[in-house]
Design a protein around this ligand. Structure first.
Ligand code: DGL
Length: 270
């Protein structure tokens, strides 16, 4: 009964944590490609090649369903994987759609035509590759009409978090929020479109002001995963053990993960 969760590094742990508390009977195998993080500055082919390799590694652990808990991989590689690469007995799901369904006040999996929604001015904070892909705007356009999206590519934030330099991460968050506000002074909602950013959620909220609704993915993705598994129970794979795998240095990655999640996490080499 195992599901795979993949991220370029530590950010997907925010999704893993929410999913593991919401679905205590499911084992989760987490794979962080820390050796190649950040993905957000790589080109689409590179991201596709790294992501498919990581997903294959999770299949070896008995995970037929893999969540790409990485917006950059979801934006730059998921469509190509689903259209041209994925075998019919496997599934890979991304993290964008649950977020957009929540923003556009839809039930999980509601694919009815686009309609007007309450929120009109949305700030998107994401990696340079996610912003360049315009995947968020494309998925939003399938579901909502008349929403103005201003995207801010948040260079450096993922590197600072992966290095455990939270002072630099906070300074970068403040400067990216300032840059966004120069383009869109009064966003109604802000999307944290990178799974690393919930680790800086308080800083984003403080810089944006408390009247801006900040959407982050962990709880939304885990709720949508629970709904998906109810509808597709056969996609829970044969794996029987939760574990944490990394392509990086397991000792260093375990220390950072333990610091972020405030509980002991032990990574093994992938
Ligand atoms: N957590 C990944 C995401 O959601 C980080 C991207 C990166 O490695 O740059 O986009």
């Amino acid at each position: 009964m195992a599901v795979g969760i993949f991220d370029s590094g530590l950010g997907g742990l925010t999704v893993l944590d929410a999913a593991a508390s919401a679905l205590p009977d499911v084992d989760f195998v987490y794979l962080g490609d820390n050796a190649h993080a950040p993905y957000g500055v790589r080109d689409a082919d590179d991201i596709f090649n790294l992501t498919t390799k990581a997903v294959e590694r999770l299949w070896d652990e008995g995970c037929d369903l893999v969540i790409l808990a990485c917006n950059t991989a979801s934006a730059a590689a998921l469509k190509r994987m689903q259209e041209r690469w994925l075998p019919t007995d496997k599934r890979v799901l991304g993290v964008f759609v649950p977020l957009i369904e929540a923003l556009t006040e839809r039930q999980w999996g509601d694919n009815s035509p686009p309609r007007e929604v309450d929120v009109k001015h949305v700030a998107l904070f994401a990696t340079p590759a996610t912003v360049a892909s315009r995947a968020f705007q494309r998925e939003l356009a399938f579901r909502a009409i008349g929403v103005d999206v201003e995207a801010q590519a948040c260079g450096g934030v993922v590197d600072a978090i992966e290095d455990g330099d939270m002072i630099l991460a906070e300074a970068l968050v403040n400067s990216h929020v300032d840059a966004l506000k120069r383009k869109m002074p009064d966003p109604q909602a802000a999307i944290l479109g990178c799974t690393h950013y919930p680790l800086m959620q308080d800083e984003f909220q403080k810089a944006l002001g408390h009247d801006v609704k900040v959407y982050s993915q962990a709880d939304l993705v885990s709720a949508s995963l629970g709904d998906y598994l109810k509808r597709h129970p056969n996609m829970i794979g044969s794996g029987t053990q939760s574990k944490f795998l990394t392509t990086g240095d397991p000792v260093q990655v375990s220390q950072r993960a333990t610091q972020f999640l405030r509980r002991k996490i032990t990574f093994e080499a992938a």
